[in-house]
Design a protein around this ligand. Sequence first.
Ligand code: SAM
Length: 286
Amino acid sequence: MGGPTVKSLVNEAATRLRMAGVEGPRRDAELIVGHVLGLDRAAILAHGDDPVAEAPAARIDAMAAERAARRPMAQILGRREFWSLNFKVTEATLDPRPDTETLVEEVLSVIGLRRWKAFRLLDLGTGTGCILAALLTECPAATGVGVDRSAAAAAVARENMQALGLAPRARIQEGDWSDGLHERFDVIVSNPPYIPEADMARLAPEVRLFEPRTALTPGGDGLGAYRTILDRLPPVAAPGAIVAFEVGIGQAAAVAELMEAAGLGPVTTRRDLAGIERVVLGRFPQ
Ligand SMILES: C[S@@+](CC[C@H](N)C(=O)[O-])C[C@H]1O[C@@H](n2cnc3c(N)ncnc32)[C@H](O)[C@@H]1O
């Protein structure tokens, strides 16, 4: 029997992932083989019979083993695309989700033509920095601050800003929400941890076992971070500041109530592509 080929490695990895219960096993197998060999999907098919040397074959085997243990693809590849931008992802950061693009879309639609003017953005719980980076990319005169309680996540966000050429307009700092900030912001966004404690055990292994717990849940009913953030925002909100939160399934009404109770209004919601109310947005009084 000859050594491994591109096709045999894809097939082996796909079988292994399928047996481990991974969703979309062939897609992930192709991504792993493509990543190690530097081939896109078309090239994998075109070069299926090409032999693969021992070292890359061993690397593919090691990555497939990690995926079979249910490590998320973004952590294995170390990258994830969000808003057509490429982000470094580590085990210290949440893997940016497509749902979160709804938050970026809603903020852009509400600010309209102000998007071209200079304004100040604040992203609380910035993780990889994906929301802040997407908004700064779309708003070329804006500047922003991203805060995360995790020093490791803040370091990744800082690297991402640098790699995307946004560092001159983005300051990333470690902190507990807006504590310690002595500036006012026109647009405040957050995708805080919101999974209720009781739902944690039902999460897919990729999320439950590998993503940082402090990025997923604030404990209790899942609304604690919204309460804390809304309590602390007044000193950092400019008059008329927009506040936009991503929320979990079934949380929009409760978060809208919290915003109204904090004196923000009018409060609106926006659905994601799956039809789930995903964003709650309000304004501080002028
Ligand atoms: C759901 S993740 C969102 C990450 C990123 N913004 C995104 O949308 O992909 C929540 C983030 O909030 C951070 N976080 C949790 N508690 C925090 C706190 N008290 N102050 C600042 N950041 C916090 C976590 O470390 C995590 O990076």
